[in-house]
Structures are given as structure tokens and as C-alpha cells.
Design a protein around this ligand. Structure first.
Ligand code: ADE
Length: 234
């Protein structure tokens, strides 16, 4: 499940530049029984299978480095991943991500092994692998030296606390749809202001929760004032 994701994009860049190392472990290698069984029936219930604690504890204890290591279980019950959390993880020496499978993971993993749980959104995936891949991709962007132009991480949606400004490329006109003229003005100050205004406008419309009093500068506030009050149109 990880091969495709890690062989392209920002993660591949991080691996090629050797600023990130990723090791995928198979929990079955940390079992001790003949059948290499990683799951078992739940106590108190009939349906489904639950990931056993032993292989998970053994795996984490085998791979975690002394000192700088953080252990997270991927689960819909966790803290929702956002740019802030991705940035935090990027600063860690080692992050161990535990992927749950089947119907659940023995609660002792979350309670006594993991430092926390991470969710990638309010929906249930069939396993933690896709969620872990999302975490790895989001975190890799914040590892210094991965995204060549550090400015482009800073300007990304969310990194600055708000959504991205609109981008255009050639042609200047496509099926009658024109690129905003300000972008050809050559006036960088004007372009910068326009971009900030567009980003604020989009954020205020789509994600009003992100334009709280504490996130905006006085200049941002002035720009927002200029935007006509036509919320809820998108
Ligand atoms: N495992 C199953 N669903 C998940 C989710 N939404 N986030 C993280 N891990 C998960």
C-alpha cells in the first residue's frame, strides 16, 4: 500500500535527498506463534477481529530509538491532522506510526504505548495505512530541505493559517476566461496585495472558522473590509 505513495511527489524528494528515512514494518514479523497471528476475537463481543497488543508492543519497542521518538496510533478517535500537527511531527527525530487494521486495536496500545492518536478526518477507513501515508506526505513538506523553495511551503494553504490565493498559467485567455489583469501589471506590491486579498476572501467565504480575531493582522482586517459581503455564495 505504501510503495506507490512513497515513490512520487514530496515524499520521494525527501527520500532522494536523504533528509527523511521511512521504514515500513510488518506486524507479523513481531509475532511469536506458528500462524503469525496479529488479531484475535474481541472480549465481550461476537463480531470482528481486534489487533492484538503483543505484536504491536514488540514492534514499537524494537524500532523506537531511545530519546527522540514519538509514537502515534492512526485512528478516527485521534487528534485531527492539520498543518500545525504536521509541523510538530516534522521537528521530531523519529515518528512511529501504528496502523490499525480490522475492526480495532486493543485499547492498551492507545493507552499505554502510543503518545497519542492521529485521525485524518471524520470518516472510517478500512485501515490506518492510507492515513499513515497522508501523515507522511503532509509531514515531509515541513522537513527542512524537502521543498526546495522554502517560500512555497510558507505560502501554501494553511501554513499561513488561511487558504491559498488563486494561481493561473498560460494561456492568458481560455474559452473566454481571462486571467486577472493585475497579474500582468509587473507591480509586485500590487500583486502581493491582490493575492492576500483573494486568499482572505476565499477563506472568509469557505472557512470562516479560520479568520478569527487572533489570526489576522490589522492589514488583513483592512483588506477583508474591502470585500463585499456576499458570503454563502459558494
Ligand atoms: N483508521 C481508520 N480511519 C481512520 C481515520 N479517519 N484517520 C486515521 N486513521 C484511521
Amino acid at each position: 500500500m505504501f510503495e506507490g505513495v512513497f515513490s512520487g511527489g514530496v515524499v520521494k524528494k525527501a527520500l532522494d535527498r536523504e533528509v527523511v528515512r521511512i521504514v515500513v514494518h510488518d506486524l507479523r514479523n513481531f509475532t511469536t506463534d506458528k500462524h503469525r497471528q496479529v488479531d484475535d476475537r474481541p472480549f465481550g463481543g461476537l463480531e470482528g477481529m481486534v489487533l492484538k497488543p503483543e505484536p504491536v508492543f514488540r514492534a514499537v519497542e524494537a524500532v523506537r530509538q531511545d530519546g527522540g521518538s514519538k509514537v502515534y496510533l492512526l485512528s478516527p478517535q485521534g487528534r485531527t491532522l492539520d498543518a500545525g500537527l504536521a509541523r510538530e511531527l516534522a521537528a521530531e527525530q523519529q515518528v512511529v506510526l501504528i496502523c490499525g487494521r480490522y475492526e480495532g486495536v486493543d485499547e492498551r496500545v492507545a493507552e499505554h504505548l502510543a503518545d497519542g492518536e492521529i485521525s485524518i478526518g471524520d470518516y472510517v477507513l478500512s485501515g490506518g495505512e492510507l492515513a499513515a501515508a497522508v501523515v507522511v506526505d503532509a509531514v515531509a513538506r515541513f522537513v527542512p530541505g524537502v521543498v526546495g523553495n522554502e517560500g512555497s511551503v510558507r505560502n501554501d494553504s494553511f501554513s499561513g493559517g488561511i487558504l491559498d490565493y488563486p494561481q493561473y498559467t498560460r494561456p492568458r485567455e481560455f474559452r473566454g476566461l481571462k486571467v486577472p489583469a493585475v497579474l500582468f501589471s509587473g507591480d509586485h506590491k500590487k500583486i502581493e496585495r491582490w493575492r492576500r486579498k483573494k486568499a482572505l476572501e476565499k477563506t472568509a467565504r469557505r472557512r470562516p472558522d479560520l479568520v478569527g480575531a487572533d489570526t489576522l493582522s490589522p492589514e488583513d482586517r483592512d483588506l477583508l473590509e474591502e470585500i463585499p459581503n456576499e458570503r454563502n455564495n459558494e
